[in-house]
Design a protein around this ligand. Structure first.
Ligand code: TXA
Ligand code: MG
Length: 325
């Protein structure tokens, strides 16, 4: 059985002995291994049932000198790091030849770097004096964990140490940008730090050209609850659906549909930041409830909402192509 603990020394010991440890970050919990512990990294892939060609993010302590792992940073990337780190922004950068284990990079010549803004993650990284690789601490394709208890439920059989850092403040995974092109960045995965925030810091928007960077995690469905999740472009069609399927549906929407019992309803926040904080929590509550499916209202197609929208679009199905569920 997994052990939830606040004991940093236990986590340090496990990691040094080559065991994966679940760690808190400000976005979601990660399943961490030391960057130089190949067997622990392999164990992370096995535990998650994650295909080996899905690269991992390298997590570093604040003020780490990146030159050991990456080639010269584009000037705008350094500006973004200075502004947003520690924080929920991951940069894909050109790696130094032979500096990164191909297990981490998926055999590519790039590496994703992130400096998490969680005091416990920072303490751990400082104590270890070496970076940690960490995917989200959930089985491949499923919902990411926002609490230590979520991690425990995802890996009930394993002898895993879960370092407790409370509920994650952000609630969805970090924004990932491709920063390999000296001319500018492109967003590979949306998150709380949106295009406006990035562009404001470097006084330039994302590159408009086609992105050729391979991001395996981006291609397929992801973040999936156990129950079927339908998303709706407008509140009215969601409400009609709930009425037709009265008693079967857990609704996450701007207003409670009349036909839905309040125990099967969660509000979709009006602020993107709050909705991100709530999203995985609400989907887990829906999974644990006695209904057949989940209906969620899509938030507006605006910059600040892209992180939440992207999760919903990958986790769910548009109701319109499934008129008779
Ligand atoms: O907030 C987060 O980023 C969390 C916490 C634990 O830090 N981590 C996380 O990791 O979401 P994971 O493994 O679930 O998602 C990492 C994503 C994957 O889609 C992967 O394909 C992409 O990052 N990625 C990693 N390295 C890459 C690279 N070199 N090039 C392109 N994409 C990369
Ligand atoms: Mg993940």
């Amino acid at each position: 059985m997994p052990t939830i603990t606040p004991n940093l020394n236990r986590a340090i010991l496990d990691l040094r002995q080559g065991k994966p440890v679940a760690i808190p970050t400000e976005t979601v919990y990660g399943l961490a291994a030391m960057i130089d512990q190949e067997s622990a990294i392999k164990a992370v892939f096995t535990m998650k049932n994650r295909p080996l060609n899905h690269p991992l993010i390298v997590h570093v302590a604040q003020d780490t000198d990146l030159t050991e792992w990456v080639e010269e940073l584009p000037a705008y990337a350094q500006k973004l790091i200075d502004h947003f780190w520690p924080g929920p922004l991951t940069l894909v950068l050109r790696s130094k030849p032979n500096a990164i284990n191909p297990l981490i990079s998926g055999g590519q010549t790039t590496v994703a770097m992130r400096c998490p803004n969680h005091p416990i993650a920072q303490k751990l990284l400082l104590a270890l004096k070496t970076p940690l690789v960490a995917p989200s601490a959930n089985p491949f394709g499923k919902i990411s964990p926002a609490t230590a208890e979520h991690v425990k439920r995802s890996f009930p059989e394993s002898d895993l140490t879960i370092l407790d850092g409370g509920r994650c403040e952000v609630g969805i995974e970090s924004t990932i940008i491709d920063a390999t092109d000296p001319d500018g960045y492109q967003i590979l995965r949306h998150g709380l730090i949106d295009e406006h925030a990035l562009s404001a810091v470097i006084a330039a928007g994302p590159l408009k050209k086609e992105n050729t960077t391979r991001v395996p995690g981006r291609l397929e469905s992801h973040y999936q609850p156990q129950k079927t999740l339908y998303y709706f472009d407008d509140y009215e069609s969601l409400s009609n659906f709930c009425q037709k399927r009265a008693g079967d549906v857990f609704a996450i929407a701007s207003t409670k549909p009349l036909s839905v019992d309040s125990q099967y309803f969660r509000p979709l926040a009006t602020q993107a930041e709050t909705a991100a904080f709530d999203l995985y929590f609400q989907l887990r509550e829906a999974d644990e409830s006695h209904v057949i499916c989940i209906a969620i209202e899509l938030p507006p197609n605006e910059s600040a909402w892209q992180g939440v929208r992207e999760r919903i679009l990958k986790a769910g199905l548009p109701y319109s192509i499934n008129p008779k569920p």
